[in-house]
Design a protein around this ligand. Structure first.
Ligand code: GUN
Ligand code: FE
Length: 436
């Protein structure tokens, strides 16, 4: 058995914090100990207590004065868009047609997909992200590269071969039958292998014919335990075009509803411009809206009403994500910095406890995976991030004035990035050190 004892300042959430003063919503241990046995958290608490549970000679790593949190979770990003990031486009549809679709065509080549996969996981680890929910390209080769690399690094990843059969270049189209068959092959090859989860992934209604939507509906019926991911209500032109393509549907959300794609394992990227009716349906079905703040600002898509959706009488479940390459940073800290600013523009407050809850336990709840990831609870997997609030000279200077934990978290969120991540553990193994 491999055991390690980490020492540092532990932070883990029990539930969503109700306010900045809600100290019952989280565990904070100033001199904390975290015992890891065979990749799982065996104990977490005061260092002096946890130390007594460690066998004689257990390797000990002292991360003080840094914070040790559950690894960050990114609920929506595109693995084949690492070289799309920072593309100068006016809006979503121009960005897709001009930059994104041509780039994704390259992932038919295994060698290219494998090369990008290496960089993709390096970047996640560098930024403290230990689980991510990704779109591959339409090509099975891209899903193979994505899941093979996840297994090499023993990371808990969710991903799917994109299904798309219209309104894109020929090199990026499958057919209803191909999309169905290849998704089944990806499931057979990868789901449950290592820590991999396969998601059913119709890109969005614009790129799927009704016949392909029928095929995704069939997959959803056959594999009710799998996650489903797609895009919803991101941009006004997109919404208008989508509704023209599905004239019988009441609205954008109703298109997916008609094919049985709503539910507690369904993850909808963006969902910015939902009507009250759509938000009700999302809530009633337990569907998750994924906020992608850097992407929404970068593409000018709109301001996601996070707080308003969460406090509805029928609240909508929410996740947070980078949406690389529409998003502009791999960092979940930067992502929450932008999420904060969007709520400011909407006249709302997103407090730092809520932000850290969302990046960790909140996203794990949105994935229905809190039994495995997202907390420091004993028995869960030792995916961790170690954050240094004095990582840069400017941060160290500001830190001199910081008096409370929420203030320190806010500093990390506002000024932090990959430099702030002192270490990233995947199933108990320090991964960032290996990249330096
Ligand atoms: N809608 C359909 N495909 C995409 C994509 O790749 N990125 C974003 N942001 N929106 C989409
Ligand atoms: Fe996206």
């Amino acid at each position: 058995m491999t055991t390690t004892l980490l020492r540092g300042r532990l932070l883990s959430f029990h539930r969503a914090p109700l306010s900045l003063a809600d100290s019952q919503s989280y565990l904070y241990e100033e001199d904390g100990g975290l015992l890891i046995e065979d990749g799982l958290i065996a104990a977490a608490g005061p260092y002096a207590d946890v130390k007594t549970k460690a066998a004689e000679g257990t390797a000990e790593i002292d991360h003080r004065p840094h914070l040790i949190l559950p690894g960050l979770i990114d609920m929506h990003l595109h693995f084949p868009q690492m070289q799309v990031i920072a593309s100068y486009a006016a809006n979503l549809l121009e960005w897709l047609n001009t930059y994104t679709f041509p780039e994704e065509c390259r992932f038919v080549e295994s060698a290219h997909a494998e090369r990008i996969a290496t960089h993709f996981y390096d970047e996640l680890i560098r930024h403290g992200t230990t689980t991510a929910v990704a779109y591959c390209s339409v090509h099975k080769t891209s899903a193979d590269a994505f899941f093979a690399e996840a297994m090499k690094r023993n990371m808990r990843m969710v991903g799917g071969k994109v299904m798309m059969d219209r309104n894109a270049p020929q090199g990026l189209l499958d057919t209803p039958e191909m999309g169905y068959d290849e998704t089944r092959h990806v499931i057979a090859d990868w789901h449950g292998k290592g820590r991999n989860h396969v998601a059913i992934t119709p890109r969005f209604a614009i790129t799927s014919t009704p016949a392909q939507m029928e095929a995704t509906a069939a997959l959803a019926r056959e594999f009710p335990d799998l996650h489903i991911q797609t895009h919803l209500s991101e941009n006004h032109d997109e919404i208008k075009y989508t509704c023209e393509l599905y004239p019988d549907a009441i609205d954008y959300t109703d298109i997916y509803a008609r094919y049985g794609l709503l539910g507690p394992k369904s993850l909808f990227g963006h969902a910015i411009h939902l009507s009250e009716r759509e938000a009700d349906v999302m809530s009633e079905t337990g569907s998750v809206a994924i906020h992608c703040p850097t992407s929404n600002l970068f593409l000018g898509s709109g301001l996601f009403p996070l707080k308003a959706l969460a406090r509805r009488e029928k609240p909508v479940r929410i996740g947070v994500a980078t949406d690389i390459g529409g998003g502009s940073s791999y960092s979940m800290l930067k992502t929450m910095d932008e999420a904060y600013k969007i709520q400011q523009l909407l006249g709302e407050r997103l407090n730092p406890l809520e932000s850290y809850y969302l990046m960790t336990r909140g996203n794990a709840e949105a994935l229905s995976l809190t039994d495995r990831i997202g907390t420091l609870d004993p028995g869960t997997e030792a995916d961790l991030v170690v954050l240094d609030a004095a990582a840069t000279p400017a941060m160290a200077l500001k830190l001199e004035t910081v008096k409370t934990l929420p203030e320190e978290l806010f500093l990390l969120q506002t000024m932090g990035d990959d430099r702030t991540v002192a270490e990233t553990y995947v199933a108990g193994v320090a991964m960032k050190a290996g990249l330096r």
